[in-house]
Design a protein around this ligand. Structure first.
Ligand code: SF4
Ligand code: SF4
Length: 142
């Protein structure tokens, strides 16, 4: 179980969600954020914080949706983000716009601004020692 970021984050990217996540599992692209499914503890506190209402439990989206796979893929490619920075100046104008993924999704990574000192998520060796044990403990797995 995890939560996932979906279409309406694209070009809104308000980043209120990153401030409340207890395990810092958001990753930043050029124009949206994603959640790492293996790091999210499914607490749900980010959901009401998102002005774009773009975050859902994976159990609340269609099983054939591409959003879970997209969150997983890009959480492995984009930098971690733990603090809010300036949202796009036209974020409010894009809130609720249709077909954002098809027309506006960018696979490019976002800036590291607001990121902490965590190691690059692409380094599997370093990630293994970057708090996963704490996350598993929070999940009751250890
Ligand atoms: S608060 Fe919502 S719109 Fe903003 S970055 Fe987080 S998921 Fe995207
Ligand atoms: S559900 Fe909780 S752990 Fe998962 S991304 Fe949201 S705030 Fe973070």
């Amino acid at each position: 179980m995890t939560h996932v970021v979906t279409d309406n984050c694209i070009k809104c990217k308000y980043m209120d969600c990153v401030e409340v996540c207890p395990v810092d599992c958001f990753y930043v692209g050029e124009n949206m954020l994603v959640i790492h499914p293996d790091e999210c503890i499914d607490c749900g506190v980010c959901v009401p914080e998102c002005p774009a209402e773009a975050i859902f439990a994976d159990s609340d989206i269609p099983s054939d949706s591409h959003w879970l796979g997209l969150n997983r893929k890009y959480a492995g490619l984009w930098p971690n983000i733990v603090a809010k920075s300036e949202p796009p100046p036209d974020a409010d104008a894009w809130n609720g716009a249709p077909n954002k993924y098809a027309e506006h999704f960018s696979p490019q990574p976002g800036e590291h601004e607001g990121s902490d000192e965590r190691p690059d998520p692409r380094s599997a060796t370093e990630v293994a020692g970057s708090g996963r044990s704490d996350i598993r403990a929070a999940k009751g797995e250890v």
